[in-house]
Design a protein around this ligand. Structure first.
Ligand SMILES: NC(=O)c1ccc[n+]([C@@H]2O[C@H](COP(=O)([O-])OP(=O)(O)OC[C@H]3O[C@@H](n4cnc5c(N)ncnc54)[C@H](O)[C@@H]3O)[C@@H](O)[C@H]2O)c1
Length: 439
């Protein structure tokens, strides 16, 4: 049996020290018949030698563009901006399925290269739940940042640069020290407490010494009465961890904060959910994402009132790169073990289907030509830029060359049935036909 190859690329995003594969998961994959190539990367929290020790092959930093086209590339975050075509299969977070800024040009790179994207954000189990997510450590780190901001504020200071911690214990020690040895006496409210981020936030508060009664844990039941909520103003730190799916009443507002005057205990808001630019953001008291170098932004509180800091960092797990990577990668492992069967394994076929849908949307926006025909019930996709060889391959063994319009038409007619099945989407340069409906 041939071994499945997988190539762990370096991360280029600033401050990103996490990895999609850890030495632990790489070893599990190698034991299961994978060949793992790892790019050397000083930025990564795991040393190159840790991967080498478990049998990975090390290669130069950022050398994946030269990797053989049939080796899938795994990474975490977005690739640096570029127009370069992407011919490989990529497993990563690409942040281009929700019409984020630049989404269609990212997908256009896959279109031009004939590559494929399996977006980690959309790998779901049979119940529609993410197979792997970084939520727990986002909440954990967000709550820690909130406690650090509170400590700074008590000393009349503003929280400065946040840097990744070697592990959870180091983070907890640092937060406790900043609070004078313990968080005892601090009161916190976590909304979304039953979710991944929420559980992490609650655990951090416990581990820095808050009394259990001083950690208010709210989820759907508690917010059902509808905001704004006075209870938020009555704690020192409010951490929002909800997964926002529809418009809801605001949790806290400027008017409420101003009206509370000088008697407001609330000093820090941590918006882990970070629906910053979402028109339905339930915390409309800030409008920017904060960063590790400038973690807080002051909320407008009304003249003479105590300050209120907001933290809205959208990549919090980076503060705990080792544990966050271990947890994420081990949750991803069962799906990765099915990757050699990705043509039939549901988690991967669903991800590919979604990619095809998004690619088609992007192709329209970018004015690209995208076509597929169905051979033996299977969609075969190709772009206008594909070589004759690719087109020919995508037509299976039916003997159609595919490099000429009439060949593709004949193959499509042959395989797809009636002319009614055919929908002409666009015509750029020469022919361009998409087949759908009932095929
Ligand atoms: N800032 C970061 O670095 C970072 C990292 C990871 C995730 N996130 C974000 O955090 C959010 C939560 O992610 P998660 O993985 O924990 O989701 P999750 O689905 O595991 O948990 C969300 C929780 O919110 C609760 N909830 C939803 N609507 C609510 C409401 N109106 N009132 C009260 N509770 C409500 C749900 O019942 C659930 O328990 C998402 O928006 C995610 O994108 C941010």
């Amino acid at each position: 049996m041939t071994r499945q190859a997988l190539w762990l690329r370096c991360e280029k995003k600033e401050f990103e020290r996490r990895a999609a594969l850890t030495p632990t998961t790489a070893k599990r994959l190698i034991d299961a018949g994978f060949d793992i190539t790892v790019e050397r990367d000083d930025q990564r929290i795991f040393n190159d030698s840790e991967y080498e020790a478990v049998g990975c092959k090390l290669v130069e930093n950022n050398s994946w563009p030269q990797a053989p086209k049939d080796i899938p590339i795994i990474g975490l975050k977005e690739l640096p901006e570029s127009d370069e075509p992407l011919p490989h299969e990529h497993i990563q977070f690409a942040h281009c399925y929700k019409t984020q800024a630049g989404w269609s040009s990212v997908l256009a790179r896959f279109y031009k290269g004939g590559g494929k994207l399996y977006d980690l954000e959309f790998l779901n189990d049979a119940n529609g739940r993410r197979v792997a997510a970084f939520g727990y450590h986002a909440g954990f780190a967000g709550a820690a940042a909130g406690a650090l901001a509170l400590a700074a504020q008590k000393q009349g200071k503003t929280l400065g640069l946040l840097e990744p911690y070697v592990n959870e214990d180091a983070m907890i020690a640092s937060v406790k020290e900043s609070l004078g040895g313990s968080g005892k006496g601090v009161k916190a409210l976590v909304i979304g407490a039953l979710g991944r981020c929420g559980r992490g936030a609650v655990d951090l508060f416990r581990r820095i010494g808050l009394d259990e009664d001083d950690i208010l844990k709210w989820d759907m039941a508690e917010t059902a009465k509808g905001g704004p909520f006075q209870e938020i103003l009555d704690v020192d730190i409010f951490v929002n961890c909800i997964y926002l799916t529809s418009p809801i009443p605001h949790f806290v507002t400027h008017e409420q904060i101003r009206a509370a005057g000088k008697s407001r205990p609330l000093s820090v808001v941590v918006d882990v959910s970070c629906d910053t630019t979402n028109p339905n953001n339930p915390i409309p008291i800030y409008n920017v994402n904060t960063t590790f170098s400038k973690p807080t932004v002051p909320a407008e509180v009304g003249e003479g009132n105590p300050p209120l800091s907001v933290i809205s960092i959208d990549h919090l797990p980076t503060l705990l790169p080792r544990e966050a990577s271990e947890q994420f990668s081990s949750d991803l492992l069962p799906s990765l073990l099915e990757f050699p069967d990705r043509a039939s394994a549901r988690v991967w076929t669903d991800a590919e289907k979604l990619f095809r849908e998004k690619l088609a949307e992007a192709a329209k926006v970018e004015g690209l030509v995208l076509s597929y025909i169905v051979v033996s019930g299977k969609e075969n996709w190709f772009g206008d830029n594909d070589s004759a060889e690719t087109k020919s391959k995508s037509h299976g063994t039916d003997g159609y060359d595919g490099s000429r319009e009439e060949d593709v038409e004949r193959a499509a007619w042959h395989n797809c049935g009636t002319p009614d099945d055919r929908t002409v989407l666009s015509s750029v340069g020469h022919w361009a036909t998409t087949w759908r409906a009932g095929v």
